[in-house]
Write a protein that binds this ligand. Structure first.
Ligand code: AMP
Ligand code: ZN
Length: 465
């Protein structure tokens, strides 16, 4: 089956071919564990989960590696500021190790609630220092580094293709760089491979290295761990679009400087979730987490459903109104599935099922057109020419990609308030008396209160709007 994916490297949709037949290696940049993930971060992880599920639906055996950044990511993505974990530790009066483990656990709990399939390999930066040192030694041996002010830097002048992911030339990148406070750098875009005390004082997380006692730069962990677990060449690497210009650009430079080979075949990047026209970010202070949504009465999967409605390469404007609609959409969907389970089984039509299947695959394999796949699911559920059993079976099959937990859908008993019960009773009486105007008026009043009466073969049914 042909899968088209938009590759940031070529800026075009390309047909996916794996390095090894039938297998896909995916590396996704994981969380920096100094605070809760915000809904913007989680959108990116939902997108990556969809990508993984699309590969699985297409029959690929997926090996997914995700790192946990528990050291080295400074408060700016360049090499400026202090380690984010150290900042978190000070904020909460706890040790760096406590902070890192606490927020890592919180992250994976959020991911679970969103039906995000966990990575096959979850690897912490602090547990791979030796691998990072080994890789840095290879880069150094190949002549891409220099030492200045006690730190070891990557010299981007030595790496010809430095701008290939961002599409910017080295001189554009230089011109676009912020005023750099690190005067040790020969070039503002050079980046640190290994920090020593000389720059950041006596922080808690430090290791011995050939360049002195210190800690790794942020980017090297992803190169080292992906090479360790997926080999010198990998099929897919993803993250949010903010990683294109610095983090991923630097990851490519390091990995290819070490191995001398092209490293990643497909780079996929998810667009931002924005709120009030601004990119959601942790540094902006106030940010919305999954818990914020739960505290407001939403289910985590309402948020997943919201994410599925927007293509991953378009911005998702988050609002509680949009989340409310998504929640209703998901509730209707699960109700529809639960109803199908209760209908009698009739003949199945393989041919008709296959038409739906083909359409579904054509959408998901077209650079993850999940919004269209979701609309198709709704068409299927409304298709009265399909037997209930077929609709149910296909819906659950499609959900192996959508991840909305539809298999377990059950009609929840809804709590109908007393005043609505009275209105329903009066409407039934009005209908019995053939007083249609009054029955319609009461139906509208019931709607105003957020409920709807459906007349089914089994009698009247009250449904929440
Ligand atoms: P971090 O934990 O900061 O390293 O970020 C984790 C992931 O979330 C990365 O892939 C980022 O690119 C992504 N990300 C950060 N902010 C947003 C946002 N507002 N919308 C979508 N993804 C984001
Ligand atoms: Zn990374």
């Amino acid at each position: 089956m042909n899968i088209l994916l938009y590759n940031t490297l070529s800026k075009s949709k390309e047909s996916f071919t794996p390095i090894e037949n039938g297998k896909v290696g995916i590396y996704t940049c994981g969380p920096t564990v100094y605070n809760f993930a915000h809904v913007g971060n989680l959108r990116t992880y939902v997108f990556e989960d969809m990508l993984k599920r699309v590969f699985m639906y297409n029959g690929f055996k997926v090996r997914h590696v995700m790192n946990v950044t528990d050291v080295g990511h400074l408060t700016s993505d360049a090499d400026d500021g202090e380690d984010k974990i150290a900042v978190g530790a000070r904020r909460e009066g706890r040790s760096v190790w406590d902070i890192a483990r606490f927020y890592e656990k919180a992250f994976f709990e959020d991911a679970d609630k969103l039906n995000i399939i966990g990575p096959d390999i979850k690897c912490r930066a602090t547990e791979h220092i030796k691998d990072m040192i080994n890789l840095i030694e290879r880069i150094e041996k190949n002549g891409f580094t220099y030492i200045s002010g006690g730190n070891l830097y990557f010299d981007i002048e030595k790496f010809k293709d430095y701008g290939k992911l961002s599409g910017l030339s080295v001189s554009d990148l230089k011109a676009g760089a912020r005023v750099e406070v690190d005067t040790n750098k020969r070039n503002p875009r050079d980046f640190v491979l290994w920090f020593t005390r000389s720059k950041h004082g006596n922080q808690d997380m430090q290791w011995e290295s050939p360049w002195g006692k210190g800690f790794p730069g942020w980017h090297i962990e992803c190169s080292a761990m992906s090479i360790k677990y997926l080999g010198d060449r990998i099929d897919v690497h993803c993250g949010g679009i903010d990683h294109i210009n610095v983090h991923h650009t630097n990851e490519i430079a390091q990995s290819e400087a070490a191995t001398g080979k092209k490293w990643v075949n497909f780079w996929l990047h998810g667009e931002f979730l924005i709120m009030d026209k601004e990119k959601m970010s942790k540094s902006a202070g106030e940010f919305t987490t999954l818990k914020t949504l739960e505290d407001r009465g939403y289910e985590p999967l309402d948020f997943r459903y919201l994410c599925l409605g927007a293509h991953y390469r378009t911005q998702l404007a988050f609002s509680y109104g949009a989340l409310e609609s998504a929640g209703k959409g998901l509730k209707n969907l699960t109700r529809r599935i639960a109803e199908l389970k209760n209908l009698p089984v009739s003949a199945t039509y393989e041919q008709r099922k296959n038409i739906y299947r083909e359409k579904f695959i054509s959408f998901i394999n077209d650079d993850l057109n999940i919004p269209k796949a979701l609309a198709l699911l709704w068409d299927l559920l409304r298709d009265e020419d399909m037997s209930s059993a077929d609709r149910l079976e296909l819906a659950c099959e499609f959900d192996s990609v959508l991840g909305l937990g539809l298999k377990n859908s059950a009609v929840k008993e809804i709590a109908v308030p007393e005043d609505v019960t009275v209105l329903i009773k009066r409407r039934t009486e009005a209908r019995a008396a053939k007083n249609w105007d009054e029955a319609d008026r009461l139906r509208d009043k019931i709607r105003e209160k957020g409920f709807k009466i459906e007349d089914t073969p089994a009698g009247q049914k009250v449904v929440e709007l």
